[in-house]
Design a protein around this ligand. Structure first.
Ligand code: FAD
Length: 321
């Protein structure tokens, strides 16, 4: 049966995040040739609608309001529920991002629907679609099917390939006026800790340091390697707890979940809580002095050695390319 699928796009600093295009690709798989409707919520986001169409959305609805400039679950849920009321979709797809993780349960409870969260792959299409999601901190995967009612999924960034960008695709971008009222929270100002570098949760290359880097300065060679490879810096909780870096870099069960094409773990032992956040990376390289380190169990390439010798060698070789 063909379905109307509504997809929530996400913008940051005036540009759409990649996960917006990945959710469109997921929606196409489950739509059974039906309609994919992109939704953008924010302030001054009208111009981004076309980009969603170029990546496969059939049309886009924008909800703009000064109170939606910064995300609040209150404001965004009012905006999204107004779109839902107008469109009455058969299925909804959000990114499994900080925003999606916060907003999806609220919307699911308002709709009295189920929620299949953190989907990493979709087997089959249309009504036969089966959703694969990690469980037990990534130690196993389960396959889930939606039995009845509205299908609502969140997809983990960097797992479902977006469709090819096609600038010749056309579609309507319309705006929906929603009166955002009775907000319990209004964000006055956002003070960012750091706006530099590649977004860790969407990075294709992550260079992560653990307690083995030994100090904040110890991250310098990792940063140089990340700059060369266009990657982002990540860390174990061990490194964060030791104050070598900020907690916003923590990867793992209680940190960020990443699925880059290349994950380089330097001086990280490979505790189960760390692996919960990175074991689905496509290629894992581990550098550790201890040949028995647990991280080697999930590594595609293991280098037994001192990271302060190995990483400069890697930098030197990459510079030759
Ligand atoms: P260590 O275990 O101390 O390992 C350091 C490694 O560096 C060692 O293997 C050592 O051989 C190697 N090394 C030392 N010097 C060098 C060198 N010069 N060159 C190469 N290798 C070197 N951890 C997370 O990472 N993320 C989480 O989200 C997380 N959540 C947790 C939640 C709970 C409830 C609990 C209880 C724990 C959690 N932890 C988490 C902590 C986790 O259990 C580990 O303590 C932590 O991951 C260890 O960090 P590490 O690997 O950097 O440090």
């Amino acid at each position: 049966m063909s379905k109307k699928v509504v997809v929530l796009g996400e913008a940051r600093e005036g540009a759409l995040r990649n996960v917006s295009f990945e959710t469109i690709a997921a929606a196409k798989k489950i739509s059974g040739g039906g309609e994919v409707v992109g939704v953008l919520i924010g302030d001054s986001i009208q111009s981004l609608g076309e980009e969603m169409i170029h990546y496969g959305a059939d049309r886009v609805i924008t909800v703009e309001h000064p109170h939606l400039k910064q995300y609040t679950s209150d404001g965004y849920s009012q905006a999204f529920m107004a779109v839902h009321e107008q469109e009455k979709p058969d299925a909804i797809v959000f990114g499994h991002t900080a925003l999606g993780k916060d907003l999806s349960p609220k919307i699911a409870s308002k709709l009295a629907s189920g929620l299949i969260s953190d989907v990493t792959a979709i087997e089959g299409e249309d009504d036969a679609a089966v959703f694969i999601r990690p469980i037990y901190s990534g130690k196993a995967f389960e396959k889930v099917k939606n039995k009845e009612g509205i299908l609502f999924i969140t997809v983990r960034p960097n797992n479902i390939a977006p469709l090819e960008h096609d600038a010749s695709r056309t579609g309507e971008v319309t705006s929906l006026t929603v009166d955002i009222t009775n907000l319990r929270t209004v964000i006055k100002e956002v003070i960012r800790k750091s706006t530099e570098g590649v977004d860790l949760s969407e990075a294709k290359v992550v260079i992560a340091g653990g307690r083995g880097v030994k100090s904040a300065e110890g991250f310098a060679p990792l940063q140089e390697l990340a700059n060369l490879l266009g990657g982002a810096i990540g860390a174990s909780r061990g490194a964060c707890d030791a104050d070598y870096c900020d907690y916003s870099l923590q990867i793992g069960q209680t940190g960020k979940v990443v699925t880059p094409d290349l994950y380089i773990a330097a001086g990280i032992s490979g505790a189960i809580q760390h692996m919960a956040g990175m074991s689905n990376s496509k290629v894992i390289v581990a550098i550790n002095k201890d040949p028995e380190a647990n991280i080697f169990k999930v590594a595609d390439y293991g280098i037994v050695g001192d990271l302060f010798e190995v990483i400069p060698m890697m930098i030197e070789e990459i510079k030759k390319i």
